[in-house]
Design a protein around this ligand. Structure first.
Ligand SMILES: [Zn+2]
Length: 65
Protein backbone atom coordinates (compact mmCIF):
# COMPACT_ATOMS: atom_id res chain seq x y z
CA UNK A 1 0.00 0.00 0.00
CA UNK A 2 1.99 2.93 -1.22
CA UNK A 3 0.41 6.27 -0.68
CA UNK A 4 2.27 8.34 -3.18
CA UNK A 5 -0.65 10.57 -3.95
CA UNK A 6 -0.42 12.57 -0.80
CA UNK A 7 -2.40 15.73 -0.66
CA UNK A 8 -0.94 18.61 1.21
CA UNK A 9 -3.47 21.11 2.32
CA UNK A 10 -1.04 23.98 2.23
CA UNK A 11 -1.06 24.27 -1.51
CA UNK A 12 -4.83 24.17 -1.75
CA UNK A 13 -6.45 27.59 -1.53
CA UNK A 14 -9.49 27.85 0.71
CA UNK A 15 -11.03 30.52 -1.44
CA UNK A 16 -11.36 31.39 -5.08
CA UNK A 17 -8.42 33.61 -6.08
CA UNK A 18 -10.64 35.36 -8.59
CA UNK A 19 -13.75 36.34 -6.64
CA UNK A 20 -12.79 35.31 -3.13
CA UNK A 21 -15.64 32.88 -2.82
CA UNK A 22 -14.94 30.53 0.05
CA UNK A 23 -14.42 26.97 -1.00
CA UNK A 24 -16.06 24.22 0.94
CA UNK A 25 -13.84 21.50 2.42
CA UNK A 26 -15.20 19.11 -0.15
CA UNK A 27 -14.35 21.50 -2.98
CA UNK A 28 -10.84 21.76 -1.62
CA UNK A 29 -10.56 17.99 -1.71
CA UNK A 30 -11.72 17.99 -5.31
CA UNK A 31 -9.26 20.73 -6.14
CA UNK A 32 -6.43 18.86 -4.51
CA UNK A 33 -7.36 15.68 -6.31
CA UNK A 34 -8.01 17.06 -9.77
CA UNK A 35 -5.56 19.94 -9.46
CA UNK A 36 -8.33 22.04 -10.94
CA UNK A 37 -11.73 23.29 -9.92
CA UNK A 38 -14.28 25.60 -11.43
CA UNK A 39 -15.61 28.22 -9.05
CA UNK A 40 -19.37 27.96 -8.84
CA UNK A 41 -19.71 31.66 -8.33
CA UNK A 42 -17.64 33.28 -11.03
CA UNK A 43 -16.83 30.19 -13.11
CA UNK A 44 -13.18 30.93 -12.79
CA UNK A 45 -11.06 27.86 -13.28
CA UNK A 46 -8.77 27.43 -10.32
CA UNK A 47 -5.73 25.47 -11.30
CA UNK A 48 -3.11 24.31 -8.88
CA UNK A 49 0.44 24.81 -9.92
CA UNK A 50 2.36 21.62 -9.81
CA UNK A 51 5.15 22.25 -7.44
CA UNK A 52 7.92 19.73 -7.84
CA UNK A 53 9.30 18.63 -4.53
CA UNK A 54 12.92 19.56 -4.58
CA UNK A 55 15.21 17.35 -2.69
CA UNK A 56 17.08 18.95 0.10
CA UNK A 57 20.58 18.29 -0.99
CA UNK A 58 22.40 20.92 -2.95
CA UNK A 59 20.15 23.87 -2.35
CA UNK A 60 20.49 23.45 1.36
CA UNK A 61 24.23 23.58 1.19
CA UNK A 62 24.27 26.42 -1.29
CA UNK A 63 22.36 28.69 1.03
CA UNK A 64 25.02 28.33 3.60
CA UNK A 65 27.79 30.76 3.53
ZN1 LIG B 1 -14.68 32.60 -8.03
Amino acid sequence: MAEENKITREEVPDACPHCGNKLSPWQQVLLATDRALVCKKCWYRIILDVIPTTKKTDSDKKNKG
